[in-house]
Design a protein around this ligand. Structure first.
Ligand code: ADP
Ligand code: MG
Length: 334
């Protein structure tokens, strides 16, 4: 059974960056306004996230890493968001099957924090023979989760991830995306031992401020805002898109659907085609798009390792998005 769980876990968690994505989403679900990430060896040695969210109640600590049980912690109101997010209740469980997980957490109603380490979904006793239970300790409100030695028990996977620098770049890419999208939340990401963070945003920054912080003024100064609602599809579009006379070497495409960072090759291609009419050959746009639509119409996980999104009325919605972008570019260039 351990092997089966490990294989299932590997389908969901295939590299440090996507483990981190799940951890960030949990911190955001917990209404955190500060999210600090520390990384060692591209996340292979250590991936740590500290937030100031609502924390985990001590009585729930025994089951947070069990598969599927965590949906019990949630209220009925969350069911719609659950359908948006795909594998509900599997992220922490999966991580605990392929890494050593330690959680330290404190709710605001508790006098102290509690700490527990997990392996294969369950709390490991502090000493052999001791009872497996969370230990009281000092700590601030919020949750710190560490995943150490990712894929220590999956040698083929571990060996496939040879380059910590590449893994770290993927981590930065995920943090950058969530940092830009989440106004009101401060994100920090650093390598363990480094004093200067590689990402740092503040709680007071706007999305455009965040883009400027992360991508620089040259990009930010060229962006056009996009904001439009299409009630027919219960679709809301918000974004910042590069001007028709500004281009970057590589298509930068930051796509959020219902506040989750996703990829949609179909949207990506369609947007590139719109810009192709405006931009010189072999240059590309910079596009941040946040789409909100009825979560019942969105299917985030066609395949667990691909993370491509598909949705109802996909063709019509893509045409609508492209029309909005085209109009905005046209207006800006008369
Ligand atoms: P899901 O998010 O789908 O419920 P996860 O495995 O990602 O499943 O997380 C399990 C549960 O652990 C969550 O439902 C939540 O109750 C709790 N949890 C995880 N991370 C945090 C966090 N940073 N703050 C508060 N609670 C958390
Ligand atoms: Mg989660």
């Amino acid at each position: 059974e351990a092997v089966v769980n490990r294989i299932a876990a590997g389908e969901i968690i295939h590299r440090p960056a996507n483990a981190l994505k799940e951890l960030i989403e949990n911190s955001l679900d917990a209404k955190s306004t500060t999210i600090q990430i520390s990384v060692k060896d591209g996340g292979l040695k250590l991936l740590q996230i500290q937030d100031n969210g609502h924390g985990i109640k001590v009585e729930d600590m025994g089951i947070v890493c069990e598969r599927f049980t965590t949906s019990k912690l949630r209220t009925f109101d969350d069911l719609s968001s659950m359908s948006t997010y795909g594998f509900r209740g599997e992220a922490l469980a999966s991580i605990s099957h392929v890494a050593h997980v330690t959680i330290t957490t404190k709710t605001k109603d508790s006098n102290c924090a509690y700490k527990a380490s997990y392996s294969d979904g369950v709390i490991v006793p502090a000493k052999p023979g001791a009872t497996a239970e969370p230990k009281p300790c000092a700590g601030n409100n919020g949750t710190q989760i560490s995943a150490e030695d990712l894929f220590y028990n999956v040698p083929t996977r571990r060996n496939a991830l040879k380059n910590p620098t590449e893994e770290y770049n993927r981590i930065l890419d995920i943090v950058n995306r969530y940092a830009i999208h989440n106004e009101g939340v401060s994100f920090t990401c650093r390598k363990v031992g480094s004093n200067t963070p590689d990402v740092h945003t503040t709680t007071t920054a706007t999305v455009l401020d965040n883009i400027r912080t992360i991508y620089g003024s040259a990009v930010a100064n060229e962006l056009l805002s996009l904001e439009q609602n299409f009630p027919v599809f219960s679709l809301k579009i918000k974004g910042w898109i590069s001007n028709a006379n500004y281009s970057v070497k590589k298509f930068a495409f930051l796509l959020f659907i219902n506040h989750r960072s996703v990829d949609s090759p179909a949207i990506r291609k369609a947007i590139e085609a719109v810009y192709a009419a405006f931009l010189p050959k072999n240059t590309h746009p910079w596009v941040y798009l946040s789409l909100e639509m009825d979560p019942r119409n969105v299917d985030v996980n066609v395949h667990p390792t691909k993370r491509e999104v598909h949705f109802m009325n996909e063709e019509e919605i893509i045409e609508t998005i492209c029309g909005a972008i085209q109009n905005r570019l046209g207006d800006a260039n008369v």
